[in-house]
Ligand binder design. Structure first.
Ligand code: FES
Ligand code: FES
Length: 399
């Protein structure tokens, strides 16, 4: 983790950020500026284009820590920028928006064209736009909108735009600044990847659970499920390592030595699948009726590594009803790491916890069950709709 100080849309921001967090994730997930879109995450499509000290950059291939001291402008931050005022009208007039996914990046690049190349013709505009892909293939409207602004400024020069062009020609950095009340960020639900730098925490001392997670770059997920079985029987199963591992969707135990097991866990997430081969160890606290399953493994195909702790504790609800609380801290490294940050994957893990609960109940109700549960194969689209539905419910205060 590194401390980073930057200005985002005219607002000073100081955060502790993981070195590998890219600027787009930082803006979207920590600052709630979801107008910065992610398409390819490889620097190809241009959807994530933002301004850094007035220059367009790909925020998906720029580390947030590399922006220390810089001034970043996202689509939410153009406010009354004189070029953007013209572009907004033109994009609307020439129907340059279809789904709008590419639009924040297109506008950043279009603004740059108008600023730097006042005489650009259609061919030049198309060349300059080549780094911004529109999946709706709506280039005709986009190009027409940019050409119309160029023409308008030639016919009727705008003094504010001219001042900007002169400043850029003279090598001055120009960053659009928005009045702070112009745009309201979305609420950020989780700030797990980034810790607010609070002076109160600056003094040395033992790390809290959450600070330890940040230091280890772990994602934290909590869940619980109810088992309609007596707490004693649930505890007995939850301290039986092969039984616990056997209830994890997609888990297969290959060998056991006391509280150590070796095996693999397979997952499927839409078209993506992985099989992590590794080992796990169960630590039991009989007195507190808590246990931690610590595991790590590697997927041979993608060479991604996963490690995590599943901590659980039981609560007596009724004679035949037990609640199991599950705390999961996990980290992914390697190519699959890019998925770990997303709300979709976190929802996927929550659903795995639910499946785990169902398997625990099934085993307790049918002790003769020994088959390993099926791999969790969850359709990301259904998760996406689940997420949207839960957000709508929150928004409108429904139960
Ligand atoms: S998401 Fe950054 S270039 Fe495609
Ligand atoms: S308007 Fe849909 S991707 Fe460009």
């Amino acid at each position: 983790m590194k401390n980073v100080s930057l200005v985002v849309n005219g607002r000073s921001v100081e955060k502790l950020v993981s070195e590998r967090t890219h600027l787009a994730d930082f803006l979207r997930e920590q600052e709630g500026l979801t107008g910065t879109h992610l398409g390819c995450e490889h620097g190809v499509c241009g959807a994530c284009t933002v301004l850094s000290d007035g220059q367009p950059i790909r925020s998906c291939i720029t580390f947030a820590v590399a922006c220390d001291g810089k001034s970043i402008t996202t689509i939410e931050g153009y406010g009354d920028d004189p070029i953007m005022l013209h572009l907004r009208d033109a994009f609307s007039e020439f129907h340059a928006l279809q789904c709008g996914y590419c639009t924040p990046g297109m506008l950043a690049t279009a603004r740059d064209i108008i600023l730097r190349i006042p005489q650009a013709d259609e061919q030049r505009v198309r060349i300059e736009l080549a780094g911004n892909l529109c999946r709706c293939t709506g280039y005709v409207g986009i190009v027409a909108a940019i050409l119309s602004v160029l023409k308008k400024l030639q016919d009727l020069p705008d003094t504010r735009v001219e001042a900007l062009r002169q400043a850029v020609r003279a090598g001055h950095v120009f960053t659009p600044v928005i009045a702070s009340d112009k745009f309201v960020n979305f609420d950020v639900e989780s700030k797990d990847d980034v810790v607010e730098v609070a002076r109160a925490h600056a003094s040395a001392g033992p790390l809290s659970g959450s600070q330890t997670r940040h230091a280890k770059n772990l994602t934290h997920i909590e869940g619980s499920f109810d088992v309609p079985v007596d707490i004693k029987a649930v505890w007995q199963l939850m301290t039986d390592l092969p039984a616990v591992a056997g209830c994890l969707p997609g888990a297969v135990i290959e060998s056991q030595d006391g509280n150590h097991v070796k095996g693999r866990v397979s997952i499927k997430f839409g078209p993506m699948s992985a099989a992590f081969i590794g080992s796990a160890f169960l630590e039991i606290n009989e007195h507190a009726q808590t246990a931690i399953l610590k595991g790590s493994g590697q997927d041979s195909l993608s060479q991604s590594r996963a490690s995590g702790d599943v901590q659980y504790r039981l609560e007596f609800l009724e004679a035949d009803l037990t609640r199991v609380f599950v705390d999961l801290d996990y980290s992914l490294q390697g190519p699959l790491a890019q998925f770990s940050r997303s709300g979709l994957v976190q929802e996927f893990v929550r659903r795995m916890i639910t499946d785990f609960g169902k398997n625990v109940t099934a085993r307790l109700k049918n002790p003769e069950l020994t088959d390993n549960p099926a791999v969790s194969h969850i359709n990301p689209v259904s998760i996406l709709f689940g997420l949207i539905w839960s957000r709508l419910k929150r928004l409108f205060g429904a139960n």
